[in-house]
Write a protein that binds this ligand. Structure first.
Ligand code: HEC
Length: 143
């Protein structure tokens, strides 16, 4: 076996192990990979925002993809290959913030599956006004 093959196999194993370790840690992954741009709360000062807050993003994702599997699939693809034609957010969002830069060097598919599934389950929060479908909202985390 060539050394190169072995090295690349080791890389795969390392990536797999870190994905397993990250299980149940989706929020920490979001904080590390997405929160730099996407706020988890409604920003007090929107003029400083560089991307739409996650509750707004999820509201629009769910309007287009109410089904969790489809929503996760859409988001995983979008984060790796953002394109204006695919976007479900309001066109003004892209005009204002610019297209999201691809995160493919920053996050793996298995991490993204966890992050976006967590996003689907937790956003928009139950008390977010004006949200669409009620499916799956409001469980846990009562006040
Ligand atoms: C460098 C800043 C930046 C980072 C990091 C970032 N995003 Fe974004 N994201 C944006 C911007 C800007 C938009 C709005 C424009 C657009 O939709 O392309 C956006 C839009 C989105 C959308 C809506 C797509 C649509 O249909 O319009 C989703 C879903 C999303 N981001 C998920 C993520 C996830 C998950 C991560 C972490 C893995 C992440 N983003 C990291 C900047 C970022």
């Amino acid at each position: 076996m060539k050394l190169k093959t072995i090295v690349s196999m080791l890389g795969t194993i390392a990536a797999f192990t870190s994905a397993v370790n990250a299980a149940g840690n989706a929020e920490a992954l979001f904080d590390a990979k997405c929160a730099v741009c996407h706020s988890k709360t409604r920003p007090a000062d929107m003029s400083k925002a560089v991307a739409p807050a996650i509750m707004g993003v999820m509201r629009h994702v769910k309007m287009t993809y109410p089904d969790k599997d489809a929503a996760v699939k859409f988001m995983v693809d979008y984060v790796l290959n953002p394109q204006k034609e695919k976007a479900i957010c309001m066109p003004q969002k892209i005009q204002r913030f610019g297209l999201m830069p691809s995160q493919k060097d920053n996050v793996t598919v298995s991490e993204l599956n966890k992050i976006t599934s967590w996003m689907f389950d937790n956003f928009p929060p139950a008390n977010f006004r004006g949200m669409g479908q009620g499916k799956g909202f409001g469980k846990g985390q009562g006040r």
